[in-house]
Design a binder for this molecule. Structure first.
Ligand code: HAS
Ligand code: CU
Length: 591
């Protein structure tokens, strides 16, 4: 995919305007719009593939229909679903969203097209390699496979191509980040005393958090997994590599959440008919994420032996502090929505909710994503408790949790805001508007069914990451106690999964139809963001001191991880270690 450097004006037959009659984003920034479109196209393709694998999984796992893949291929499906959704869909969507946000809020285009091409091509190459390595697992006898699930824990071993692909995706995101910073520095030179516009501030803080977080996974993949999968070293230490993974694995969830928050803080208030309640609170929230996102990774390793309990306790305490930015967000965003609703004539303690534009899918999808995240955040608090975690760890509860968070707070926000953003970067009116209007509700109902049942099944002891419908080898007593309540949940999970797939097809149909609409005329939305009720002038300037917050964040990471990592590597980097176990293909296909 090559970007053409200049849009020949001759092909632009009609000017594209927004609802205010101003030139739309695509008119002002044709090159940036094109890059955003490419990013979204790849993101939506990943969403389509990931969604197909998702529904296959939901049917197979629940035992409702097991005729599509074999149980061995289930793990290939599960890996492809996870990687396409949380690595490819998220990364490409965020790259597009951030490019739009930087361009629109700083009112300047990319500093270098060569660098833009470089990051896009790096991301694409990484995606093709990692995705190809996973999908090759479907070919019987293939020497290449990567059935390692999205956490790629050693000693499960993938083909080196998979790790190289994953590394390229990370490197691509770093280069994209460098371009955002260059845009910012150029803007800063011209505006030495101004506060950083809120959207740009959010992008930059998210990227700083990302640079710190990805150090863990970069070391894991480059120093350990690639040499090990190539046979250059025989063993790796599973605990050390897991620890490096979770150094990155928790903050990566905020790499998905913070772009959703960017939308909730800066676009949702406007869609509600009002203005952001407080710009300063939004900045504090992002700074808190930068400070606290990384030193909490051990909350994914409460049951791992070999990590002293004290460090797990510190991680738990940090995690509880990390609830604060989300609780502040709940307050600020709901207050902004209420402000909007009251501007629209809403009244009463709760009656104002009715005045919100529930028929506008960009609004309803984003608001429903927020509502579901309140539940996902609640299950996150339970996960984070060191003692309660033992009850739910490695059960279906955990997928229940993350389908509310990344699977809805991020994914539904991304779909909803596409209804508002895609017209701006294509210059075409939104297509199939009546389908779009109901799509977020279908997703919402599907997710209520699926994630609620997953949480409950997890509490009943149903494990995650297994192709079998919880038979426990036929052990009567376990079967009775777990299954008595689980069978209705199986149906809810399968039904929810099918509804989610339908919602996804509806979304893709709307996007396709939008693209088929003629370009030009009034696109029916305006990208203008009204100023906050309490603007940046009401908050201290030190909030914008990115280097100060980054320095503190690094110190906190060293405090949380320094000693545990020294402890884990004290007996050598590769020992005690394990050889690799590539997952074998099922010789019994089709059963
Ligand atoms: Fe998590 C496991 C703890 C947030 C994703 N999490 C996972 C995994 C994933 C994931 C993918 O402590 C599985 C990893 C694996 O494969 O093993 N998580 C938390 C905590 C939070 C949290 C404390 N997680 C997220 C987010 C994710 C995500 C965000 C993705 C985007 N999570 C854990 C723990 C585990 C875990 C343990 C390990 C479990 C185990 O044992 O394996 C917090 O950040 C949550 C804070 C959120 C809130 C909610 C605030 C409410 C808001 C809503 C406002 C409402 C609006 C709309 C705007 C306190 C902001 C209103 C609408 C109207 C109509 C009025
Ligand atoms: Cu976490």
């Amino acid at each position: 995919m090559a970007f053409v450097d200049e849009t020949p004006t001759a092909t632009r037959e009609e000017t594209v305007t927004d609802t205010a009659g101003e030139a739309a984003f695509v008119e002002r920034y044709p090159y940036e719009s094109r890059v955003v479109r490419y990013c979204f196209a790849v993101a939506f393709a990943a969403l389509a593939g990931g969604g197909l694998f998702g529904v296959i999984q939901a049917l197979h796992r629940t035992g409702i229909y097991r005729g599509i893949v074999s149980s061995a291929d289930y793990y290939t499906v599960l890996t492809a679903h996870g990687v396409l959704m949380v690595l490819v869909f998220t990364t490409f969507f965020i790259a597009g969203l951030f490019l739009w946000a930087m361009t629109a809020s700083l009112e300047r285009g990319v500093p270098s097209r060569a660098v833009t091409k470089l990051w896009f091509r790096t991301l694409i190459t990484g995606t093709l390699l990692a995705g190809g390595a996973i999908l090759a697992g479907f070919i019987p006898g293939s020497p290449v496979s990567a059935d390692v699930l999205f956490t790629f824990y050693a000693p499960l071993q993938a083909h080196p191509i998979f790790y190289v692909g994953a590394a390229l995706i990370i490197i691509g995101s770093w280069i994209a980040g460098a371009n955002y910073f260059r845009t910012f520095f150029a803007w800063r030179r011209e505006h030495p005393d101004e506060r950083i516009p809120l959207q740009a501030f959010m992008v930059l803080v998210t990227m700083l958090m990302w640079y710190i977080a990805t150090v863990g996974v970069a070391v894991e993949v480059v120093v350990f997994l690639i040499p090990w999968s190539l046979g250059l070293v025989e063993t790796v230490d599973p605990l050390l590599t897991r620890t490096l993974f979770w150094f990155f694995g928790h903050p990566v969830v905020y790499f998905w959440l913070m772009p959703a928050y960017l939308v909730w803080y800066t676009i949702l208030p406007k869609l509600s008919g009002g203005r952001l309640f407080s710009d300063g609170l939004a900045r504090i929230v992002f700074v808190l994420f930068l400070l606290l996102s990384t030193p909490v990774g051990f909350h994914h390793q409460y049951v791992d032996p070999g990590i002293p309990e004290g460090f797990k306790f510190v991680a738990m305490t940090n995690t509880m502090f990390l609830l604060l930015p989300s609780l502040l967000t709940a307050f600020t965003v709901v207050a902004s929505m209420e402000h909007g609703a009251r501007q629209r004539g809403g009244e009463g303690y709760f009656g104002w909710l009715r005045a919100l534009p529930w028929g506008n899918p960009a609004f309803s999808g984003t608001a429903l994503a927020g509502l579901m995240f309140a539940a996902g955040g609640f299950s996150g608090m339970i996960n984070a408790g060191m003692n309660i975690n033992y009850l739910i760890h490695n059960t279906l509860w955990v997928p229940g949790h993350f389908h509310l968070t990344v699977g809805t707070a991020f994914a539904l926000t991304a779909m909803a805001i596409s209804y508002w953003l895609v017209p701006q970067v294509t210059g075409r009116r939104l297509g199939l508007q009546s389908v779009a209007a109901v799509q977020p509700y279908v997703w919402f109902i599907g997710m209520v069914l699926m994630s609620n049942a997953m949480h409950r099944a997890g509490l009943a002891g149903v494990p995650r990451r297994t192709a079998e419908p919880y038979e426990y080898g036929g052990a009567e007593i376990v079967y009775e106690s777990a299954f008595g309540s689980v069978s209705s949940m199986r149906i809810q999970i399968a039904l929810g999964g099918v509804l989610l797939f339908v919602a996804l097809l509806m979304f893709l149909a709307v996007m396709w139809d939008t693209y088929m609409n003629p370009r030009g005329g009034n696109i029916g939305v305006s990208g203008e963001i009204p100023p906050a009720l309490s603007g940046p002038e009401h908050s201290p300037k030190v909030l914008d001191n990115l280097w100060l917050w980054t320095a503190i964040a690094v110190v906190l990471v060293i405090l949380a991880y320094g000693l545990p990592l020294v402890g884990l590597t004290g007996d050598g980097l590769f020992s005690p270690g394990s050889p690799g176990f590539p997952v074998l293909l099922d010789p019994l296909w089709p059963f």
